[in-house]
Design a protein around this ligand. Sequence first.
Ligand SMILES: [Zn+2]
Length: 63
Amino acid sequence: MRPDSFREFDAVTLFCPRCREPVQVRKKLLLVLPGGDKYEYTCPVCGETLGSKLDRNQGYPGI
Ligand SMILES: [Zn+2]
């Protein structure tokens, strides 16, 4: 009985140095690698890149 808004989703909040406030970043697929997909986090307001993340494919053994 958890409220829908509380669900862990792709919503990531990071501090944007340009906007000078925490923003809910936009997740953008950057690269598809053999070991996983690389995503880039950008600010939805100014478009600044705030970080990146590698989502490992679980079907692949760790290299
Ligand atoms: Zn920003």
